[in-house]
Design a protein around this ligand. Structure first.
Ligand code: HEC
Length: 261
């Protein structure tokens, strides 16, 4: 303990000289503490209320919610006419439809009457007669697999129209090996698979576009396998079947013409 006031003052003066204003330092700290505590309290209140406007919490409408903003009460707007989802432009018309550019909806298809008295279409004016994708072994292999899954039950293993359910009473499809279907353009087969034909239902919901072409390629292979003498109409560069070796006389459909395309 210091003895008296005078000594106390002297010591303080010495300390002040050495360390700066001690009194000032001591006197300032409670104020600083208050400021600090105050800052923390404000920060705590601000964060503790749960009001945080981060970017992920922006005010927005969920799809199909209602809104008073638009007259029709819907928050969503209709898409601009002609909007196409990414990857679904389907620019390659031949690939997606099997039809030529600008098909004529009124084009007259030729018909003929087959051996059983049914009227059959023999010309397909809007169908493409060239494969829109390269025909490779892989494509044909894929087509074989898909054909066996999707078509064989009715059309039979080689496409003669004698599938298992036909043997059990289902209506018999035409053979792929008559002149009419041998000369039909590839676009026709694609169209039949996609949209159906007569009593056969379309299968576009089940079979993707590329697989449909694979099946068409396999059907061409089946046709060639049953009539190896004949040159298949794989594309417009090859000789049409009708001008090569005549069809076997035994074929009841041999008198039907391939029709002009
Ligand atoms: C449920 C049985 C069934 C299945 C499965 C089936 N078809 Fe058919 N298909 C038929 C019948 C029946 C016809 C005859 C339709 C008619 O002329 O009324 C036919 C006709 C056709 C024709 C001839 C069209 C014409 O010009 O006369 C082709 C080509 C064809 N089908 C291809 C296919 C392909 C390829 C598949 C597999 C993706 C397939 N079909 C699956 C029953 C079937």
């Amino acid at each position: 303990m210091l003895k008296n006031k005078a000594e106390t003052r002297r010591v303080r003066e010495v300390e002040t000289r050495r360390f700066g204003s001690l009194r000032h330092r001591v006197a300032a700290s409670p104020r600083r503490t208050m400021v600090l505590v105050g800052t923390f309290v404000i920060a705590f209140i601000a964060s503790g209320c749960g009001v945080r406007f981060d970017m992920q919490d922006q005010p927005r409408y969920k799809t199909y919610k209602k809104s008073d903003f638009f007259a029709d009460g819907r928050a969503s707007r209709d898409m601009v006419e002609g909007t196409v989802a990414r990857g679904l432009l389907k620019e390659n018309k031949a690939f997606y439809t099997g039809k030529i550019d600008n098909p004529d909806p009124n084009a007259q298809a030729q018909t003929t009457t087959d051996a059983t008295g049914n009227t059959v279409v023999t010309s397909f004016p809007n169908a493409i007669d060239e494969f829109p994708i390269p025909v490779t072994k892989e494509l044909i292999d894929r087509g074989e697999e898909r054909y066996k899954i999707n078509c064989m039950v009715c059309h039979g293993p080689v496409g003669a129209g004698d599938g298992m359910i036909v043997r059990r009473g289902f209506v018999r499809p035409p053979s792929y090996h008559d002149d009419r279907l041998r000369n039909a353009p590839v676009g026709h087969f694609f169209d039949v698979i996609s949209n159906g034909w007569g009593r056969m239902t379309g299968q576009k919901a089940m079979i993707p576009v590329a697989d449909r072409w694979a099946i068409v390629a396999y059907i061409r292979t089946l046709q060639a396998s049953q009539n190896p003498e004949q040159i298949m109409r794989m594309n417009s560069g090859t000789t049409p079947a009708a001008t090569s070796t005549p069809a076997p006389a035994a074929s009841p459909a041999a008198q039907t013409t391939g029709g002009a395309r």
